[in-house]
Design a protein around this ligand. Sequence first.
Ligand code: 9MJ
Length: 698
Amino acid sequence: MSDQPSLFDEPEDDSSFSQNTNDTSLMAEVKQLHDQLNQANYQYYVLDDPQLPDAEYDRLFHRLKEIETSHPECLTPDSPTQRVGAAPLSHFEQVTHDVPMLSLDNAFDAQDMRDFNRRVSERIKHVDEVFYACEPKLDGIAVSLLYEGGLLVRAATRGDGAVGENITQNIRTVPSIPLKLLGENYPAVLEVRGEVYMPKKGFNDFNEKARAREEKLFVNPRNAAAGSLRQLDPKITATRPLEFCCYSLGRAEGGEVPAKHSEILSQFSKWGFKINPEMRVVKGIEGCLEYYEQLAEKRNSLAYEIDGIVFKVDDINLQQQLGFVSRAPRWAIAHKFPAQEEMTLLKDVEFQVGRTGAITPVARLEPVFVGGVTVSNATLHNMDEIARLGVMVGDTVIIRRAGDVIPQIVSVVQSKRPASAKAIVFPLACPVCDSHIERIEGEAVSRCSGGLVCAAQRKEAIKHFASRKAMDIDGLGDKLVEQLVDEGLIESFLDLYSLKLDRLMNLERMGEKSAQNLLASIEASKQTTLPKFLYSLGIREVGVATAQNLVNHFLDLKILVKADLDALLEVDDVGPIVAEHILSFFAEPHNQKIIDGLLNIGISWPVIEKKDASELPLAGQTFVVTGTLASMGRDQAKDYLQRLGAKVAGSVSAKTHGLVAGEKAGSKLTKAQDLDVAILDETAFLALLNQHGISHVS
Ligand code: 9MJ
């Protein structure tokens, strides 16, 4: 039972309304509002497939609040309005887990996994083939959620596995956790276990804001989740972007649960919980190892941090036969990825100059193996970051490699600081061209004022010009660009187009064949598209999307280069700062010369004609977008469809021409199937875009 007094002592089913108020129509309305808001919450936070427009959600929420204020007897603890609001605690109460929360044994390589599978197989000899449920191991905080009569009555941390802390108030603020189970037929008592975690984006955004406010940053998403749940005031927890994903049953009384672990998870999903969409059931050890490899590949593209894969014998009967050893079940294991944080020595700090002149301090490290790669450099961002870390040359530092991002220095091991440690001094002049360095008030970045006089900026501009999303010059990698500039063969990207075979062949590490291939790639790059060309110029703040928006708006380069501030501000996503960068770029005589030069040597793109809306390929057709697309967000998909003349609707009807359905597509997909609406998976959608001249680059 709950050891949380006040809120949960009331009756716990919907009939509580009838005991509180006599106004049956009001009771019915409150119940309907609860159901609508809970369903909307579930679609938004759990399925990631919003169905109710925000304005409608706000209207329903407001109406419920209004009723609860005027008729306090209608207010129940499971009301969707009651997520935040409890007073701060003085301390967390202890909770004894009815069923201990076990930890998992670890496997660190394929051999450990084979040993695990052998131990399992030897204990259940009567079974020919063992099936394992596998899913990513979330790097967050394990919690237990107790539901009685379908209502959340208690949430606890794992603690030492036997005794944890009561964090119910904080858990209620996590929007993907149901306060009341959805659907029916749930057991009278149900304990659900899972992980509270902070997705990468939420973590980065949170730290970004904390950095701007000069507040303490979180070291990693796991600490962020732990720190957020440790708050005594739930109002603070409510501001943290936490999510919950369930991964096992604690206990169930007074109701049925399926006999397979994977089916229990599917049932949890129907009761309103988020389950991991990557969860699969595989056959035997080979299936496990294959799944591990697949997820290791996918790891960086996941929205959350994982530190391995969890494998569980799927059949609950077999789990019971296998039992436990000390604190871990024999039927489960965590196959860990290589560690992602390591300690190493900061040998030196160098200052790199970027394409826009931004000077970035880069840490030179004693090489260290982190998360599967050897790291010898890490970014230190800017002087503020150096001050925040309090780092000195000679320090021992903790390096973290999060996904595929540049490694970061997380902290300094103060106890290991040698007497010879040296302060890091920011240079007064550009380390490459000696021009003076500017720091604009209010900006953290310092910049070299040398512009294209600075060889470093020139090199970066050329690398950007040649990159895949820009002019896509195959074979012109970063090292070669540096060599070409250092050897004096090119000064700007325009010079690429007058490179000669004999000069190229004389370069170190360059054979005749590679030189010929490079010249052919440079030649081929002359046929491009206007958005790519525009992006390749490297105008500050003009990324792929902005370049595309500018082209959609102006259609022609001649018109764009003459556009004034007002005209630029009409373009989607172009604000005053971006507009200023565009204006000053085209006003600069040096840039004008380069653009003319590029056009004169024959760079060209298909003319874009302004089409009547009715001439566009998808004119008159209505599309709906649902689920998660791996290569783009739903807004981007909608934007493409609209650009091709389609109307984009929020729900599927008999009038819908096509449904673009990503992963985890829910009810819209079922409806489209029922109504025989054409369904395009991501591959088919990208093919459709391609067919109409949109080549999406993720
Ligand atoms: C995580 N962290 O994702 C378990 N876990 O099962 C998954 N942890 C677990 N399962 C039993 N997916 C104990 C811990």
